[in-house]
Design a protein around this ligand. Structure first.
Ligand SMILES: C[S@@+](CC[C@H](N)C(=O)[O-])C[C@H]1O[C@@H](n2cnc3c(N)ncnc32)[C@H](O)[C@@H]1O
Length: 211
């Protein structure tokens, strides 16, 4: 399998770029989250959710709409993304149920300060994290007893890796992890009760870890 190439940009900064990401990303609607939404529904967890790397808040609002009994804390490293998310959440009139926070998943103190959650989840963000192992530790620590950690991200498939393009999507594929690499992070952390699945259209994957 080709070597992982770290993505140049860790975060999308700048009000305009963040706004643009929110608009273009929102256009794909629920399609890009199909498997995640199905899995989260099947978990049937109520209470308080934590989303990490929440970006423009598209997914947080979808999950809040699908699950009227949950409240969500949505964290992102980029203050500009958090501003876009706040606007989007206000437009959807969900500001009473979704709280936005600026924070780094790699910062143990910040993550600890957020409290404990019934479900901690993340989409399309893992491949950006500088230290995935310690970030996963922080996320799992934020899961309440009997709660779940759910991570959804791209997978480094060779048939997209070698496309001679420099689009953000291909760069993200090159920066993403293989299932055995992700499994290695969880094993090193002693999180044995986990399941990794490759998802249609095969450059997607999920990890579910139970506490
Ligand atoms: C590709 S975007 C995905 C956004 C959103 N989850 C979605 O599905 O559209 C990756 C997001 O992860 C955030 N991010 C990257 N590194 C992070 C970190 N260390 N802690 C928190 N968020 C991070 C970025 O700022 C960006 O908003």
């Amino acid at each position: 399998m080709p070597k992982r190439i770290e993505q140049k940009e860790e975060v999308i900064t700048g009000a305009e770029d963040s706004q643009h990401y929110g608009e273009t990303h929102g256009k794909h609607g629920e399609l890009q989250y199909r498997a995640l939404l199905k899995d989260i529904k099947a978990l049937n967890l109520s209470g308080h959710y934590l989303e990490v790397g929440a970006g423009p808040g598209t997914l947080a609002t979808m999950i809040a709409e699908h699950n009227p009994s949950v409240s969500i804390t949505a964290v992102d490293l980029s203050p500009d993304m958090v501003s876009v998310a706040k606007e989007h959440i206000k437009e959807k009139n969900l500001q009473d149920r979704i709280q936005c926070v600026i924070g780094d998943v790699n910062d143990a103190a910040v993550m600890k300060g957020l409290g404990k959650f019934d479900l901690v989840y993340s989409a399309f963000s893992l491949h950006h994290w500088k230290d995935p192992e310690s970030s996963i530790r922080n996320l799992f620590n934020a899961v309440r007893a009997n709660g779940v950690l759910y991570v959804y991200d791209l997978k480094r498939v060779w048939w997209l890796y070698f496309l001679p393009l420099n689009s953000g999507f291909i760069e993200s594929i090159r920066a993403s992890y293989m299932p055995n690499e992700i499994g290695g992070f969880f094993q090193k952390l002693g999180i044995n009760n986990h399941k990794i699945a490759t998802l249609f259209p095969f450059f997607m994957q999920s990890v579910i870890a139970w506490k």
